[in-house]
Design a protein around this ligand. Structure first.
Ligand SMILES: [Zn+2]
Length: 683
């Protein structure tokens, strides 16, 4: 089976990128991405090669053991290759690893396999060679076979004995991690800041940067520590016994070492480690599990770069780097245009991510995100990943600033951005396929036309059948009746119910009609205000034509209505002047005979009401206006004469006072019921 071209392309890009990071890290000592970000790239490469083994050529970074060392340093040959560890990023990967070990060792299912679990300290691996008990050299990992000599740093690293007992093998190599503790790292950076020096980004970079210096005359003391995690040749028959021997010789061993009996134990260890991670004095990026018995280790042996008997169980990296392949625009059900980055797939926190939200134009401009950019992305919880920053040094020369489209990508309608808002919006409403279903659902909902039997699912179905594309189509549904009742899931009864409910909806109350139009920012309370100002179809049509005739900014007269601000006025204008909306609404209105609002004036005459607290969408002023229209006196203080106190959220002392005086306290809903009841009594 040949490799699909897009996979080959992705593989090539990954290889180039990983080689670049290898060079920056190993040769130039200035990594621009974190280790976990590097791991994500590497993990993806390994995944691609496991799916398409023909990609795994000798040129792939997965087949090359490290990179060449720094030229200036003396070289030290390791006694035995210093391997890196295979990573497991999730429980299934760990399970697979454990099972493969058991299988290779041909262990009967009832026989436990003992592991030693340890913290995976986020430091720098260092190998110490002892000859006849005397420290001969200290070196970095280098390419795994040959490291850089850092012996001159040993006096500044705590936890390295200069002599060990003579009865050890003639030549001994002890491996461990050199790191700076969290506390010391903070202190170092504090001193750097004081002296106006550049701060270190991480404790690991500080430790690595320190031992890579040829000159040990450093401005700031750098308290390096060494903790053992390996020895060659073997000095005992198990890893656990070997570490005890090393401790006896004066080495430091971590507090995290623990014997585990099998997969369940390892998983428990990992979960516990995640919980106590912040309390551990040094940075860790996961757990390491090694088979305890050395004879088992020998039996399993090594792959090209990694041992078969040990694995690093990494914490999910919530950050990663990838490339923006494209930026596409999604249109939401309310018409908001959201730019979305199409990413080269990458693992973040154990999940393969191919898309990230870019939010809006401002965000893209602020971060200067371009197609082709290498970017850092971040996942928090289950939220869609975010692009946190562009890695500027990797920007391709051909990358140009992203320009937002002037037309809706779904319906080609005009795109608008209101003053003071960040989002661009398609204003075509029900005419835009991206918004149509939602707009129609809103129109037939209980709060508006109240068409029984037409739920979200049914609206979607009728839209997809082509029966219901615009509001006026509701009244033409009976022409499809014959075909409709024979469709699966439908019948004479259900269709008749809908058709008769549609007939009733012709007499929808005028405020509910206003609400059903789905004008952004116009909720039920504002609809009531608009229904009083434009109380019948003729008034609504006159308004529509007026807004279509006059020049811009002439919607200001709408702001004279209580509860209608400049933003709502603007939305009303945009709605009525959107291309195609006039004929669409004219046709819809031609089927309607709305019920006018009842005259509520004077139903609460002589009564005094007080409002306190805040109400949904800041509708308090509208409620107060309603009360005045009903003839009530709206007062600001609770007295014995108060008829009702209407309470919103977070009411003040007025509530206590009303309770003391025994005045009825109403919620918004109870208030509306009172108003309705009084209207009924009155009419
Ligand atoms: Zn559109």
């Amino acid at each position: 089976m040949s490799v699909p071209p897009e996979i080959r392309q992705e593989w090539q890009e990954l290889v180039q990128e990983i080689l670049l990071h290898n060079r920056l890290y190993y040769q130039e000592d200035r990594p621009i991405i974190s280790d976990s970000e590097y791991d994500s790239l590497y993990h993806r490469l390994v995944f691609l090669e496991s799916q398409h083994p023909e990609l795994s050529t000798p040129y792939s970074p997965t087949q090359r053991v490290g990179e060449r060392s720094l030229e200036q340093f003396q070289k030290v040959d390791h006694l035995f290759p210093l391997y890196s560890l295979t990573n497991a990023f999730c429980t299934p990967e760990l399970e697979k690893f454990v099972m493969s070990c058991r299988k290779a060792l041909e262990l009967p299912s009832e026989e436990p396999l003992h592991w030693v679990a340890e913290h995976k300290i986020d430091g720098l691996t260092v190998a110490l060679q002892y000859k006849q008990g005397n420290l001969k050299s200290a070196s970095t990992r280098g390419d795994g076979r040959q490291g850089e000599d850092i012996t001159h740093h040993v006096p500044f690293i705590s936890g390295i004995p200069l002599r060990i007992p003579l009865h050890t093998p003639e030549l001994l190599e002890i491996r461990g991690e050199v790191f700076i503790s969290k506390k010391d790292f903070q202190e170092m950076n504090r001193q750097c800041k004081e002296k106006g020096l550049e701060l270190f980004s991480t404790a690991r970079n500080a430790a690595a940067g320190t031992v890579r210096q040829l000159d040990i005359d450093l401005d700031i003391p750098r308290p390096l520590q060494f903790i053992v995690h390996g020895v060659f040749p073997q000095i005992a028959d198990t890893y656990q016994k070997a570490t005890q021997q090393l401790i006896a010789w004066g080495f430091c061993y971590q507090s995290g070492g623990q014997l585990c009996l099998g997969l369940d134990d390892l998983i428990d260890y990992y979960h516990n480690l995640q919980e106590i991670r912040d309390d551990i004095p040094y940075e860790i990026d996961g757990a390491v599990y090694k088979i305890n018995r050395f004879d088992f280790q020998d039996q399993l042996g090594y792959r090209t770069k990694t041992p078969r008997f040990a694995v690093a169980h990494k914490f999910p990296a919530l950050q990663s780097t990838t490339v923006i392949k494209d930026i596409v625009i999604q249109v939401g059900r309310t018409g908001v245009l959201t730019p979305v980055a199409c990413l080269r797939p990458v693992y973040v926190g154990g999940v393969c991510v191919a898309r990230a939200s870019l939010h809006n134009q401002d965000e893209i401009t602020r971060k200067d995100i371009r197609i082709g950019d290498h970017v850092r992305i971040q996942r928090a919880g289950d939220v869609i990943p975010q692009v946190t920053e562009v890695i500027q040094p990797l920007r391709p020369k051909s990358a140009v600033p992203f320009e937002f489209p002037q037309l809706c990508p779904v319906c080609q309608g005009p795109v608008l951005r209101l003053e003071g808002q960040v989002a661009y919006r398609c204003v075509q409403g029900v005419q835009c396929p991206a918004q149509a279903i939602w707009a129609l659902r809103h129109l037939v909902s209980k709060e508006s036309l109240n068409i029984k039997g037409l739920g979200p699912k049914q609206v979607k179905f009728l839209y997809q059948m082509g029966y219901l594309n615009s509001p006026a189509d509701l009244f033409k549904l009976d022409s499809h009746k014959e075909a409709w009742i024979n469709l699966p899931g439908w019948g004479q009864k259900s269709v008749d119910q809908i058709l008769s409910s549609i007939q009733e909806s012709r007499h929808v109350a005028i405020d509910k009609l206003w609400y059903g139009l789905g004008i952004p920012q116009v909720g039920q309370a504002t609809s009531l205000v608009l229904a009083r100002a434009f109380p019948d179809l003729q008034a609504v049509k006159n308004l529509m034509h007026k807004l279509n005739q006059e020049q811009s900014q002439d919607e200001e007269f709408l702001t004279e209505l209580e509860g209608v601000g400049p933003l709502i006025a603007q939305e009303i204008k945009i709605f009525f002047v959107a291309p195609g909306n006039v004929p669409l609404l004219e046709e819809f209105f031609s089927y309607l005979a709305p019920t006018p609002l009842k005259d509520i004036s004077q139903v609460l005459k002589g009564k005094t009401v007080v409002f306190t607290g805040s109400f949904e969408n800041g509708s308090r002023s509208i409620l107060e206006q309603q009360a005045r229209q009903a003839g009530a006196c709206v007062s600001s203080a609770v007295t014995k004469k108060t008829t009702y106190l209407i309470c919103g959220q977070d009411p003040g002392q007025k509530r206590e006072k009303a309770e003391k005086l025994g005045i009825p306290i109403l919620s918004k809903q109870q208030w509306e019921e009172v108003l309705q009841k009084d209207i009924l009594n009155h009419s």
